[in-house]
Design a protein around this ligand. Sequence first.
Ligand SMILES: Nc1ncnc2c1ncn2[C@@H]1O[C@H](COP(=O)(O)OP(=O)(O)OP(=O)(O)O)[C@@H](O)[C@H]1O
Length: 347
Amino acid sequence: MVRFEAAGKIFAGSGARPAFTALEDIDYTVPRGAIAGIIGRSGAGKSTLIRLVNGLETPTSGKVFVDGVDVAALDAAGLRALRREVGMIFQHFNLLSSRTAFENVALPLEIAGISSAAIRGKVLPLLDLVGLSDKAERYPAELSGGQKQRVGIARALATDPKLLLSDEATSALDPETTQSILELLRRINADLGLTVLLITHEMEVVKTVASDVAVIDGGRIVERGRTFDVFTRPQHETTRSLLAAASMGAKLPDWISSDLKPSPAAGDRALVRLIFFGKTAFQPLTARLVAEIGPDVNILAGAIDEIAGEPFGSLVVSYPADAETLERAARFYARTGLATEVLGYGV
Ligand SMILES: Nc1ncnc2c1ncn2[C@@H]1O[C@H](COP(=O)(O)OP(=O)(O)OP(=O)(O)O)[C@@H](O)[C@H]1O
């Protein structure tokens, strides 16, 4: 549905301001029907990336295709047609304050020259879809943040797009409202078959709805894959630190983690995070751990979490960091294929 081919973006400098490379060598495909997340820190290049998809920015190298069409090659009429196919929702909703919810949703249809009877026939079901039938005549100032975003979503759907771009659509919302908007996006994706490409700095958003994720850092994609795989076995330092900040899975109290050393001294214990899959894996795992590594295994933290609908568990354990125990543990992990992460060493 969306394909980036070696896409790059350099913003030209002017005067004393040097040119800036915002994106470099982006190869990425969003499959039709997927909810794909692009995650990265502030300034990583997420907004620039998403703006390449609807032609708000033009790549300075490489290409971006939507449904096989090279976006940069479109003329003005082609771009207008593309933007009917590609809806967008925004962090600050971008509603017109002088228009009611109904009139905001109707706007793209008015611009497309649709008759007012047809507009009514389109807008009312859309307001119903997003759960705002009773707010049609309200102005944005009379709506909550979540309700405004629902209007934004209904407006984005007005032209029956095939693709929805979401630019930090839940970043201004509280956690509960975020969940309800994500649930709405998931329903739209499933019921209307709409492909969704969302950018966010919030791990929680990707974790809840995105089946696929790409991690962007310094204008490059540093890691990508199925969300479950990337989140349970992160390979890149950026992914690890974003996950740590989001406190996914089992988390150690600060007073333990702040005292950890990178290598063991005599008498130290190894602190290791074990990651396993499925709600039921917890119990047999702990029993086997003790049987294989020895009785001196402490469980420091444990949690069962869910990523894109799939359960996973993590357990932080400690055991003596002597050579023999470490080797027994390494053999056990290799044999079982358990994903592990050494957090450090301490007492
Ligand atoms: N028009 C522009 N001219 C020059 N530099 C720009 C321009 N637009 C963006 N940039 C720079 O490109 C980099 C990426 O910006 P972008 O907005 O894509 O990041 P982001 O990941 O979306 O960050 P945020 O989450 O803070 O919006 C930033 O360093 C930004 O300053």
